[in-house]
Design a binder for this molecule. Structure first.
Ligand code: GLC
Length: 435
């Protein structure tokens, strides 16, 4: 059965955002930001305080860094030498879920099990050493409220995490208890931060003129340095970094696939922006579109954003690789023309995602500039979608120039690879160097 041409065009149009609409989206994102700065209740984004500003670059010392934000937990021992220099002394990592073996992110898992698993990994990073004090920076990449640099309390799980007993709790307290149970209480968590904040700290430690940090991966979120917020509990320079939790930005119109996906998701009504743009969801959106074209609406295929990448990167004349992926995940042999259409839809979904992300960056750049000129700057981004997904980065750049016009020369995006770990060490150093 070949796809219906009209239906295909209509679905592709659903995933296409023209120039005018993109401008409107950037403007509405900025407006939401301004509302939130006035009163956070007015914004659809959480705009959470981080209690850090920018590092001075002079932070030094040895720290532990825990990167907890996706299915892979990583722990690093990092030596900061100041002047933007650092060395990774040790790196360990383990997934929170191994299908068929264990799963610490599902509804049946408990906070204790999850944090014991993390404490074990931390212990591995310090080689079981007990005689020495280790200060730890904790990148905890879920929406959390805090009123100091330590006490981030999880508001709600995102990215389809569902472990019991963590929502409403202070993540570092759960970690401290687990470390105690393990006898590793010589490890002391001293700072907690969102991964976007970690990326911003990490990038700003190394390079000047960076005020915006973003993650474009399994999840999506952005933070920026807000110069107007001053707080005695805040470490660092230039104001306070706000973690926007913009994955929860709600003021844009979802298409019917977005709506349907949301309704069946772990947290309906939440993270609507993230469900349109991030790596966790793009494959499933494509799967829904294919199901419709195959007359199997409602059927779920296990398509991932990695499948999308591989299909797009297949440049063989008969698209064998793409075809094989479709066969494996959708269970159908499609003719070449339909495989091409699937790739076109995959591209449309990625391009939409990149354009939306770019619009949010521009909104923040506008907001920071106010009525003044746009400062020369880099937006630091980390994450697999930004780094590896074909079409993502180039379409961000394209959309930046569409939205910023002449000012586009002032703004570019740069990859800050591994910022979640380094940023956590820097945050710990910002606390300890000031202590
Ligand atoms: C989700 C989380 C957010 C995190 C982002 C990227 O949106 O809510 O805190 O920064 O994923 O990992």
């Amino acid at each position: 059965m070949a796809f219906n041409e009209e239906q295909f065009k209509e679905i592709k149009a659903e995933f296409t955002i023209g120039g005018e609409r993109l401008h409107e989206i950037a403007a509405s994102f900025r407006q939401d930001l301004q509302l939130g700065l006035r009163d956070v209740e007015l914004s659809s984004m959480r705009m959470l305080k981080s209690y850090v500003g920018l590092p001075s670059g002079k932070e030094t010392g040895d720290y532990l860094a825990l990167d907890f934000g996706g299915t892979n937990i990583r722990v690093f021992r990092i030596r900061l030498d100041g002047e933007g220099k650092y060395e990774i002394l040790k790196r360990v990592g383990r997934p929170l879920i191994v299908p068929g073996e264990y799963n610490y992110i599902c509804k049946d898992a408990t906070a204790e099990q999850m944090f014991d698993f993390i404490a074990e990994l931390i212990d591995e990073a310090i080689d079981g050493e007990r005689g020495k004090k280790f200060y730890l920076g904790h990148t905890f990449s879920f929406p959390s409220t805090q009123d100091n640099i330590y006490n981030a309390r999880l508001i709600i799980w995102t990215k389809e995490f569902a472990t019991q007993g963590v929502e409403g709790e202070v993540a570092n307290d759960l970690l401290v208890e687990a470390l105690k149970r393990r006898g590793a209480d010589n490890v002391e968590p001293v700072a907690v931060l969102n991964d976007t904040v970690a990326v911003l700290l990490s990038a700003a430690y190394k390079t000047p003129n960076i005020f915006i940090g973003s993650i474009y991966a399994t999840g999506h979120n952005t933070c920026y340095l807000e110069p107007s917020i001053h707080d005695p509990n805040c470490f660092g320079e230039g104001g306070m970094i706000l973690n926007l939790e913009c994955g929860n930005f709600m003021k844009l119109v979802p298409n019917r696939f977005d709506k349907e996906y949301d309704e069946g998701s772990e947290k309906p009504g939440e993270q609507r922006f993230e469900k349109m743009v991030s790596g966790r969801y793009m494959g499933e959106l494509l799967g829904m579109a294919i199901a419709e074209l195959l007359g199997e609406k409602g059927k779920k295929y296990d398509l991932t954003s990695i499948d999308m990448s591989m299909m797009i990167l297949d440049d063989s004349p008969n698209l064998q690789r793409a075809s094989d992926i479709i066969m494996a995940k959708v269970g159908r042999e499609l003719d070449l023309d339909d495989v091409k259409k699937v790739r076109e839809l995959a591209s449309a979904i990625i391009i939409r995602s990149a354009r939306l992300v770019a619009a949010s960056f521009v909104a923040i750049v506008w907001q920071r500039a106010g009525k003044g000129a746009i400062q020369k700057q880099h937006v630091a981004v980390d994450g697999s979608v930004y780094e590896k997904m074909p079409l993502a980065k180039e379409n961000i750049t394209k959309a930046l120039s569409e939205l910023l016009g002449e000012d586009a020369a002032q703004v570019d995006t740069i990859l800050d690879n591994g910022g979640s770990g380094l940023g956590a060490a820097i945050a710990a150093a910002m606390v300890k160097c000031n202590a």
